[in-house]
Design a protein around this ligand. Structure first.
Ligand code: SAH
Ligand code: DHB
Ligand code: MG
Length: 224
């Protein structure tokens, strides 16, 4: 859903000063476009927001669900120290292939690993490996499973970890009764209500406007 020219202009102004893209980020978008991937990556200023959150967390281990062409992955991966690790889960082999190239061009192939498959298959496999707790989890895949992803994030994190969910507003569909049958809307509402009710989570959600229209992020901190 596209927003107004004014929202575009403000995003452009902020991004040009605060989140300027470099050759690797530009190339990632160019190659994603050339490969026909959908234009649903985070914006530059949102990517920078994710990067800042990872830095505030002093993140060493990041989990991303939904890689697409690796654009958000690059922003997050750049927040990591040299011995850090980012695992990104992607259903589409074609998206993953584009992402792996983009991530390598950004020089992040040593810290980023893209795993292909449905995240609900990859997550139990990952848990079986007993990985170090993830300091930050970015959920940005099939919205229908968002509450399931929050449950998995809880198994894979520690007290103080941060869980972020993209696209929880979707032009206001989150509160549009006519959309409650939509599986994505149901998934988003289930995630919000889970965060609100869960004894181990405290969170909020923030609406955004910009070049991706009216949308928003949910943020939740793991308590114990
Ligand atoms: N985080 C990316 C955008 C992700 S778009 C960015 O901002 O740059 C959502 C991605 O989730 C798509 O690539 C889609 O193929 C993937 N996806 C959809 N269903 C999935 C599933 N069940 N498991 C893992 N990935 C999934
Ligand atoms: C869609 C997915 C996203 O992750 C996003 O940020 C925007 C839109 C989509 O599938 O429509
Ligand atoms: Mg998204």
């Amino acid at each position: 859903m596209s927003g107004s020219q004014l929202w575009d202009d403000v995003d452009f102004y902020f991004s040009s000063h605060l989140a300027p893209d470099d050759e690797a980020l530009q190339a990632a978008l160019r190659d994603s476009e050339a490969a026909g991937l959908p234009h649903v990556n985070v914006t530059a200023n949102q990517g920078k927001f994710l990067q800042l959150l990872a830095q505030i967390q002093d993140a060493h281990n990041i989990l991303e669900i939904g890689t697409l062409g690796g654009y958000s992955t690059i922003w997050l991966g750049r927040a990591l120290p040299a011995d850090g690790r980012l695992i990104s889960l992607e259903y589409s082999p074609r998206h993953a292939e584009v992402a792996v190239r983009n991530i390598a061009r950004a020089g992040l192939e040593k810290v980023v690993e893209v795993r292909v498959g449905a995240a609900l298959d990859s997550l139990p496999q990952l848990a079986d490996e007993n990985p170090a707790p993830f300091d930050l989890v970015f959920i940005d895949a099939d919205k229908v499973n968002n509450a399931n992803y929050v449950e998995w994030a809880l198994k894979l994190t520690r007290a103080g970890s941060l869980i972020i969910i993209d696209n929880v507003v979707r032009g206001g569909r989150v509160v549009d009764a006519a959309s409650y049958d939509d599986p994505d809307v149901r998934g988003n509402r289930a995630a919000i209500e889970l965060i609100g009710a869960h004894p181990r989570l405290t969170g909020t959600a923030i609406q955004t406007v910009g070049s991706k229209g009216h949308d928003g992020f949910a943020l939740a901190r793991v308590l114990a």
